[in-house]
Design a protein around this ligand. Sequence first.
Ligand code: SAH
Length: 235
Amino acid sequence: MNLLLVNNAEINQEQQVRLTDRRHQHLLQVHNLQVGDRLQAGVLNGQCGEALILEHQQEHTLVQLSLTRNPPPPLPVTLLLALPRPRMLARSLEHLSTLGVKKIVLLQTARVEKSYWQSPELKTEKVHQHLLLGLEQAKDTLLPEVIYRQRFKPFVEDELPQLSDGSRKLLAHPGNYPDCPRGLNEQVTLAIGPEGGFVDFEVELLQQQGFEAVQLGERILRVETAVTALLSRLF
Ligand code: SAH
């Protein structure tokens, strides 16, 4: 936890927050903090700054906030991600949140097992928790938006044109395609496939919407690795 993240509703009129949950436990067990110490803090979807420890006891920690800075800039990308298998989803969400992605569309595709949609990892609370861990790691406060689309074709035909309007549209797909571009300075919509990859029909449908297929070389990466490799190369 590189950043103590609090909700606006937890802050009292004196700009103080009383912590008793996971964050308190973490401060107690991991950080060797004492009254008078400061640590980095931020308000969810708000500013960053410092928290001064006022009280640090077995049952609670009381901090005083002083928030002066903006969070780091987001990555200019909307990510379309074929719903990964539950454990990979958890890790991928955390990575995406840490890397600064603010819009994630989790998609059903032909090679996504339908049962994945029933996984407890997809519960709102769980997804929120992974995103928060990613923000704490990156010292960011802006919660990514996650949307869920279980019908690929209607999403791509009816919603994607507007969602990706004005952006560079890229489809990560291993094969005989141009190299993935580097160091872009523009808004990007990036599609990443499932473990089995996109099927031809999906590639064609995305290409019809203006997506360029690009590749990262002959090594096939796991989804969570591909996400990181693609984003660090693109921006
Ligand atoms: N089994 C599939 C690959 C799936 S990897 C196949 O052989 O085609 C999961 C996803 O990660 C892919 O759909 C793609 O979006 C991305 N990916 C992984 N390795 C990649 C590479 N070398 N180039 C481009 N995209 C890659």
